[in-house]
Structure formats: structure tokens, C-alpha cells
Design a protein around this ligand. Structure first.
Ligand SMILES: [Zn+2]
Length: 139
């Protein structure tokens, strides 16, 4: 595995998952010829993976949607580790000396520029709406 890529069976599994999701979107939208949109499919695939591999624990992520494990490229940021810290440390050097700028909100996301005061590099954090809380009247 790894460098050799995916087996035919694994590629077929990927196609199967994406086709099922696309078919579901077509049916739900009532548009049999809905354009193939891999971003939309990916959103649903991620949610389905969380339920099937996480909540239900019926398959591993590799069984659900086989993927090639990319080797960490030298000097490339470890985005996963960064997300785990909820963006508390520098994406590149791990320093806690980071400074967030103003937040820009568009239709789908809020974006905040962040700069590391130690290594001087900068990046953008992307936030999405995950919840809403009602204000309690009379408190
Ligand atoms: Zn840094």
C-alpha cells in the first residue's frame, strides 16, 4: 500500500460510495441529472463516515472509503495536529505566540488571519457555524 496507490477493489469502493451519495442527492433534489459536485459529495461522505465509522463503528475509515496515506512532507504544516489543538499554536512551528487578526464573515464561513510572532509565518483559520444558542428571556 501507500506509494503503490489503491487497488482496483479500493478504487471501485470509492466510486461506489460517491455514486451512492450522488444518486441520493439526485433523488432528494428531484433532479435526475444533477451535476456531479465532488465538494457536495465529500460533505455527505464525511458525515456518513463519522456515523458509520464513529457512532456505529461498523467499518474502519479505510473500509468505508479507502484512501492513500500521504507521507508527511518535510516542512509542510501538520494540519491535523493543528486542528486538534483548535488552532492554539502556530501551524508551522508550534509556538503559542500567535496573534489573530479581524474576522471576515461570508456566506459559508468566517475567516481569520493568524500570524506567528515567533517564526513570522501566517495562515488563515476557517470557521463554520456549528451551533446556535437561543437567548433565554428574563435572565
Ligand atoms: Zn511559528
Amino acid at each position: 500500500m501507500g506509494k503503490e496507490g489503491l487497488t482496483q477493489k479500493q478504487v471501485d469502493r470509492q466510486d461506489f460510495v460517491d455514486n451512492v451519495i450522488h444518486g441520493m442527492l439526485c433523488r432528494l433534489a428531484g433532479e435526475p441529472d444533477l451535476a456531479w459536485n465532488i465538494e457536495h459529495i465529500g460533505t455527505i461522505r464525511d458525515a456518513a463516515r463519522d456515523i458509520i465509522c464513529g457512532d456505529l463503528a461498523l467499518k474502519t475509515e479505510m473500509e468505508f472509503y479507502p484512501y492513500i496515506e500521504l507521507e508527511q512532507v518535510e516542512g509542510a504544516p501538520d494540519k491535523k495536529a493543528y486542528m486538534k489543538t483548535s488552532g492554539m499554536t502556530c501551524l508551522y512551528c508550534g509556538s503559542y505566540q500567535i496573534e489573530g487578526g479581524g474576522v471576515e464573515v461570508d456566506d459559508n464561513a468566517a475567516i481569520q488571519g493568524v500570524k506567528c510572532l515567533d517564526c513570522g509565518r501566517s495562515w488563515s483559520d476557517v470557521y463554520r457555524l456549528v451551533d446556535v444558542r437561543e437567548e433565554k428571556i428574563g435572565e
